[in-house]
Design a protein around this ligand. Structure first.
Ligand code: MN
Length: 233
């Protein structure tokens, strides 16, 4: 094959305990999937799930025990953290029933849906797409993927985010409005899921701003935690 130029490298995420890398296809994100967060964003707390996407190369890998760096993005003065459970799809499919969802899941990771909140709010008001608020470069820090079989109780896990050692977000995966299986059912009705897809499942209440110099610590019980420093661009 002759390409016009060298094609970009495949984006991938390490897997806990294995030498293999999980190759990433797409990144789907779920909006307002914890009741208290939906309310803090001005919603009623329970509405049908909705989705947006980030480009795969927006991922920023945070290795265990290390501090990853995320450059403060351009065009914003209100960069928000959103800690989220990430589902990694191993087996694709369309119209997946919730009862059948588990066999499509390869594993789970801790992720951050970093958001230019000021730009997202501007776009909402104007009825325009969220891309500039959500899908910017380095907007998706992520930790290593843990195979699903190693975390059978993920549905009951605690999810938390601290900034400079102070807890900002703290909830449990059980608080999801649409649980992981239901999310797969709804998402796969709209897109055919493929191996390598990642799904950011939504954030609990407590989102807020970070600035250059802040260090975020994200954890979900049983998964590889992430430590991400926001650095001046
Ligand atoms: Mn989010």
């Amino acid at each position: 094959m002759n390409y016009t130029f060298a094609p970009p490298a495949t984006v991938s995420v390490p897997v806990v305990g294995l030498s293999e890398q999980f190759p990433v296809h797409r990144i789907y994100c779920v909006g307002r999937n914890y009741e208290e967060h939906a309310k803090e964003m001005g919603g009623t707390g329970r509405e049908a799930p909705f989705f947006f996407m980030k480009p795969a190369d927006a991922l920023r890998y945070a290795a265990p025990g290390a501090t990853a760096h995320m450059p403060y993005p351009t065009l914003t003065s209100n960069l928000h953290h959103e800690i989220e459970l990430v589902v990694a799809i191993g087996t694709g499919g369309r119209n997946i029933a919730a009862a059948d969802a588990q066999r499509h899941i390869y594993g789970y990771a801790v992720g951050l849906d970093m958001t230019r909140r000021d730009l997202q709010n501007d776009m909402k008001k104007a009825g325009r797409p969220w891309c500039i608020g959500k899908g910017f470069d380095h907007s998706a820090p992520i930790g290593s993927i843990t195979p699903a079989a190693q975390v059978p109780n993920i549905g009951q896990a605690t999810i938390s985010l601290g900034v400079n050692g102070a807890v900002r977000q703290n909830s449990t995966i059980a608080q999801l409005i649409w649980n992981v299986a239901e999310t797969l059912e709804q998402l796969s009705a709209a897109w055919e899921l493929q191996p390598g897809d990642l799904i950011f499942t939504g954030t609990p209440a407590g989102v807020g701003a970070v600035v250059a110099g802040d260090v975020m610590q994200g954890d979900i019980t049983g998964l590889s935690g992430i430590r991400v420093a926001v650095v001046a661009a």
